[in-house]
Write a protein that binds this ligand. Sequence first.
Ligand SMILES: *Cc1c(COP(=O)(O)O)cnc(C)c1O
Length: 368
Amino acid sequence: MAESSLPFLNLQPAYAASQAAIDAALLRVARSGWFLLGQELVAFEEAYAQSVGAAHCAGVANGLDALTLALRALGVEEGDEVIVPSNTYIATWLAVSQCGATPVPVEPDPLTFNLDPARIEAAITARTRVILPVHLYGLPADMDPIMDIARRNGLKVLDDCAQAHAARYHGRPVGSLADVSAWSFYPGKNLGAMGDGGGVTTDLTTLDEQVRVLRNYGSRRKYHNECKGVNSRLDEIQAAVLAAKLPQLEASTRERRRLARCLLEGLAGVPLQLPVVPEGLESAWHLFVVRHEARDRLQAGLAEHGIGTLIHYPVPPHLQPAYAELGYRAGDFPVAEAMHKQVLSLPLWPGMSESQIDQLIQAVRRCA
Ligand SMILES: *Cc1c(COP(=O)(O)O)cnc(C)c1O
């Protein structure tokens, strides 16, 4: 029997779910003749801040800039250290480097894949300024102990929320847990633009103002530059598209949770490590990541069944050529390294049909 192929990701259902609003938004911006720092941006910033329970949101050009400008607004500069997970997308580390500071890796909890609070204090030095947890794959990091460690050590907390739109931690939305939060609206993220986009949310008014100055050439008033800023703006088209999609975010996140439950039930008893969601946490299910001893064989087997998978991520940041300068070697962060050898992301996206979920479950059962 010929199987139809199941792509790792298909963004067309998400467009269809908000098509009338998106089409109207695109046309509205085209006809307005105003493309940067206008009313579409203001409207999205207000709606997004409210949705995450923060006082402010500043739109920026992408998730990497959201992290970088948030760190700069926190005062991070050359010579400083920022605590980051040893297993994350390299953008988390690059943001620290762009400030001239040094990323200091801390190992994750092998079950949740998130920063292990018990290992943080050993990494704090006199130069540490910020702790930067990531809510990896959409699962909230254990923020209460992280905030507690930060308060006791006079540090700030920036959380990388690029994968965790609409996730919740003991009832509180991600985006209302740290001092400041950075978001990506890259097309494949759970709230995705039609191009690059990012945002910084916070309750701290001066920090929000600082990000707004930094994103626009260090300027509050045109042609008056108070610091060396950058050009990193969320343009009117992207802001309008995001505002059009935002009302669907809760429903699409519920759908991700339902699909994840189907996968967890359908794959129970299969010899692989399924994602774990601790009591009180609600994942955004950006990715459904399993661990398997023979990951490459599992991936090849699924490919033969027409099923697209990806590896998030094949090489940890400390072993990337980009970070050769830090002098780390294989074996320095064994938890992260084992994870990168074994993880495999299965397809999970709003719009997947029952028969596609069944096809996926049967194929994994056969190949694992
Ligand atoms: C996507 C992502 C980023 C960067 O976002 P961009 O918009 O692609 O710059 C940062 N951190 C994590 C964890 C991400 O997944």
